[in-house]
Design a protein around this ligand. Sequence first.
Ligand code: SER
Length: 314
Amino acid sequence: MERIMITGALGQIGSELVGKMRSIYGNDNVLATDIRQTADQSGPFEILDVTDAQRMHDLAKDFGADTMVHMAALLSATAEEKPLLAWNLNMGGLVNALEASRELGMQFFTPSSIGAFGPSTPKNNTPQDTLQRPTTMYGVNKVAGELLCDYYHTKFGVDTRGVRFPGLISNVAQPGGGTTDYAVDIYYKAIEQGSYTSYIAEGTYMDMMYMPDALQAIVDLMEADPAKLIHRNAFNVTAMSFEPEQIAASIRKHIPDFKMSYAVDPARQEIADSWPDSIDASAAKSEWGFKASYDLDAMTFDMLEKLKKKLQLV
Ligand code: SER
């Protein structure tokens, strides 16, 4: 990885990944692209609609990219509201990014998700290799994407790599249209209002990870010795699994009067209920040394500190 092109650079992950990669590989060696304009001038930026295959190819070629990190996608709840748009954007963008990687010989990364699992998947300690019959458009996209990445590797020799991310929590860019977004919103509301109304029901467990661990996982997997990779794509990764009352209890260690109530959103609850309670990340650990450094309390401490500063409440 020396010259890296990132799509969806202004999204939930991209917003922080660009900075992380620029700090490691040099500002001028990371080309950020997104469908929206940015004010950030820390390095090269180009407008890109990922459904435009020719422009994606041309940008990567002109930049001399040796690596494509493809992040642009709709998240689960939005994809459920706009399934055809999700298909066109998530699958169209992915195949364009894979084609550009094949044509230009780029290493390739794209994230899959816990959304690639479905109601018939074992719910606890979900294995790396298991039943995947998701019931959401997002999940259909993710499973198809996992298979497509494997195909581009076995058929064309493209160095495709990827992980199945759990819900990601960060204090920089807010997610939009995801099912796990509550675990980000809750910290903002805890600071701003001292209370939160959760759209996910009490007792609903989902895997989660703090963004610094997610970014490090991307770098570690991309830098991993390919000889050690038995899987290449869609590695289960997770740092913690919790339900809403547990994140509320973690927040109360710092904001004792924090109040939690519920107004369950049936659409997002149904998606959450179809996903695992906890996944097994042992393949990622043994094949490329994945590890997460933040547990729930460490993440809560850091989130509250950073958000207080961001919201200028200190
Ligand atoms: N965080 C994502 C979502 O909720 C899961 O990949 O859609």
